[in-house]
Design a protein around this ligand. Structure first.
Ligand code: NAD
Length: 476
């Protein structure tokens, strides 16, 4: 059993009222510890600590910030196995995926540590002799960051490491459903010597916490990863108070499979990616759009691939898909499958809950899914693949762009011309052609349209925590 506390101004605390929430292991449905709940006074202290710490942290050299971040990365690498076990027990994903997530977080911290000393301004030549014009990049200020339960370690790392690299401090709200791995992650930053108040960690009532932190004048930037409806709510609040924002929201990724594609590669890569983290991934491949001539072959092979997924407790050797993270997801899968079948979709595989304890659901494939089915329009966020055919590239592009989402898109083709047209034509923040190649620390990560704005990868992720100051100086 785990017990996760709040971290405020360098002190782990049970919070003003010592109230806790239960954390559930989704493989059993029973308790896996508790997490402390922050009161408004705790939030006030956390924002105050981040504000005070900003005064000195923003003046620490980029080199030194990078050195401390690298120390945190080394500690996280050392503790990888222990944290992976905790992550699997609170989130459900197979141990192998937990290890990958934490390994990716180590990589992310290392990347942002290196970026910390590459935050440059520039000089713009003056029009008059003796005028010096400089563009300075300055950390934006204390940040309020909100992270979800699907990748609690990696999503929290993207925010903490990029903010700290830029010279910002933060109050992070981790997910109350997966708090232990986040607490252990934050422990690595503290043990590495990140000064008190630079990183603060809170949990509690999400709406109460955002209603407190977003308008707080000490907070200068909001970063949120989660659903589009909550993202829009927070973006609206941030706008009201003129706060900078990064919003990484939902997606409904199309996968365009052309008849000239290498089918083995398309089935292996897209099929493998679909059931990762039981489909609870914002960039999960979701709408499989297959050219008519290849539809039957792709569908049959995809179903066979999905049939091989081994569902079980994530701690058990050989499990390739764990339970869903919470009961809400199981209910949503049941609703979406029933609705799709009502609309005329064919259930080619799965479609049902497994057992009565824990939140297990069968890997599911629906084919010939009508556009009117709810699953074709709302983010399923679960182990459900939706397959439809298309006639030509124009029809494929029209369907890919039909929804308001625009986070990730995938395509399989051997034609350079098709790849060029897709690169130009798909409204998306990220496009991966002939492989599943998104999410590296050094590459941009973010969406367009209702999938949000801003980037959480590459140098753009650090830029998101910087403001631009222009100084012009006449020396005569
Ligand atoms: P939800 O919309 O209630 O919560 C999503 C996240 O937002 C959670 O971490 C929650 O703690 C937080 N949240 C909710 N209300 C908030 C508020 N007022 N202020 C601040 N934070 C708030 O839904 P859910 O049931 O947890 O997940 C459902 C949907 O969320 C999924 O179907 C998926 O679309 C989306 N989601 C997306 C991601 C992502 O990586 N983009 C991650 C998790 C969930």
């Amino acid at each position: 059993m785990q017990k996760t506390l709040l971290l405020i101004d360098g002190q782990w605390t049970a919070g003003g009222e010592s109230v806790v929430l239960d954390v559930i292991n989704p493989a059993s449905g029973s308790g896996f510890g508790t997490v402390a709940v922050a009161t408004p006074e705790d939030l006030d202290r956390a924002a105050g600590a981040a504000d005070r710490a900003f005064v000195f942290w923003s003046r620490v050299s980029g080199y030194e910030r990078g050195r401390l971040l690298k120390a945190a990365a080394a500690l996280l690498a050392e503790r990888l196995e222990a944290i992976a076990k905790v992550l699997t027990q609170e989130q459900g994903k197979p141990l192998v995926e937990s290890r990958l997530e934490i390994g990716n977080a180590v990589n992310l911290i290392e990347f942002f540590a290196e970026e910390a000393r590459r935050i440059y301004g520039r000089e713009i030549p003056g029009r008059t002799e003796g005028v010096v014009q400089t563009v300075r990049k300055e950390p934006v200020g204390p940040v309020a960051a909100f992270t979800p339960w699907n990748f609690p370690v990696a999503q929290s790392t993207r925010k903490i490491a990029a903010a700290l690299a830029a010279g910002c401090t933060l109050v992070l709200k981790g997910s109350e459903e997966t708090p232990h791995s986040v607490g252990l992650l934050v422990g690595c930053f503290m043990d590495a010597g990140i000064p008190a108040g630079v990183v603060n960690l809170v949990f509690g009532d999400p709406a109460q916490i955002s209603a407190f932190l977003v308008p707080d004048p000490r907070i200068r930037k909001i970063s949120f990863t989660g659903s589009t409806p909550v993202g829009k709510l927070l973006a609206g609040m941030a706008g009201q108070h003129m706060k900078r924002g990064t919003f990484e929201l939902g997606g409904h990724a199309p996968v365009l499979v052309f008849a000239d594609a290498d089918m083995t590669r398309a089935v292996e890569r897209a099929g493998g990616a679909k059931y990762r983290n039981a489909g609870q991934v914002c960039i999960s491949p979701t709408r499989f759009l297959v050219e008519e001539a290849a539809y039957e072959e792709f569908t049959n092979r995809f179903v066979e691939k999905a049939r091989q997924v081994r569902v079980g407790n994530g701690l058990e050797e050989g499990t390739s898909m764990g339970p869903l993270a919470n009961s809400r997801r199981v209910e949503t899968m049941e609703r979406l499958v029933a609705d799709a079948v009502d609309h005329g979709a064919k259930l080619a595989l799965g479609g049902e809950r497994i057992g009565n304890s824990g939140y297990f659901f069968q890997p599911t494939v629906l084919t010939d899914v009508p556009l009117e089915a709810a699953a074709m329009n709302e983010e399923p966020f679960g182990p459900v693949a939706l397959i439809r055919s298309f006639r030509d590239i124009d029809a494929a592009l029209a369907e890919a762009n039909r929804l308001d989402y625009g986070l990730a898109a995938y395509a399989y083709t051997s034609s350079a011309e098709t790849a060029r047209r897709l690169s130009n034509g798909i409204q998306t923040g990220m496009l991966s052609i002939n492989h599943h190649g998104l999410g590296l620390p050094e590459t941009p990560f973010g969406g367009v349209k209702d999938s949000g704005y801003g980037s959480e990868g590459g140098p753009e992720a650090v830029e998101a925590y910087l403001s631009t100051k222009f100084v012009t100086h006449a020396t005569f």
